[in-house]
Design a protein around this ligand. Structure first.
Ligand SMILES: [Zn+2]
Length: 217
């Protein structure tokens, strides 16, 4: 069933030059919005020349879009307990090359919040996997919503996308909100000494579509 979302509108658009720790540089047009359904301050980063064409109605083909849920420890501090930092870094460069959008969603810890995420880490250190730890804390395994992501795409006039993701739940939720997924583009697998078990759990429990053989090493 198609979900009818209230419309969001573009509030501010501003250019932000980006420089990552490894020296990669690009420029983003960062959008904020009014009317997002959960009242949180989600952002869209438009990257690459073709994203600008899309917004002017001149672009061809579906823009590459990555919905990325905020991870303070991974995105900012380079935590190796997860793969969020490398996933975000990869997404920015791939999207800057092909034209599209990073939707930066303010939903920490699979939607349970930053403190609860750290509580879940403590439970994981005691032996629970990443999903069971959330449940033990009284949360669902994954509380992330992509309704605001769909609202942002609608506000930008983007109804058809190539989705950069391994997560089938993102596909399902965006489709329900009227976003056409022209193509699903898998992300790379970013394995570190500390996140191998986390990634294997994501594959087994969250039905993420990456190659488990890569995780065995
Ligand atoms: Zn993370």
């Amino acid at each position: 069933m198609r979900l009818r979302l209230p419309p969001a509108t573009i509030r501010t658009r501003v250019s932000v030059p980006l420089r990552f720790a490894d020296g990669y540089v690009t420029e983003a047009r960062v959008f904020s919005f009014d009317g997002l359904i959960d009242g949180r301050e989600h952002l869209t980063f438009a990257l690459g020349d073709r994203a600008g064409d899309r917004l002017r109605g001149a672009g061809r083909g579906a823009p590459l879009v990555r919905p990325h849920s905020e991870c303070l420890t991974g995105d900012v501090f380079g935590s190796q307990r997860c793969d969020c930092g490398p996933q975000l870094r990869e997404a920015v460069e791939r999207i800057a090359n092909s034209g599209g959008f990073v939707l930066y969603l303010r939903q920490e810890g699979r939607g349970i919040g930053l403190y609860a995420k750290l509580d879940a880490y403590a439970l994981q250190d005691a032996g629970l996997d990443t999903y069971d730890a959330n449940v033990a804390l009284g949360h669902r395994e994954d509380e992330r919503s992509y309704l605001a992501a769909a609202q942002m795409l609608h506000a930008l006039g983007v109804s058809r996308i190539a989705l950069l993701s391994n997560n089938p739940d993102k596909v399902r939720q965006l489709r329900r909100c009227g976003v056409t997924i022209a193509e699903q583009v898998p992300t790379g697998v970013h394995v570190s000494a500390a996140n191998g078990r986390y990634l294997a759990t994501k594959a087994q429990r969250g039905a993420h579509t990456f190659d488990l053989g890569l995780l065995a090493s």
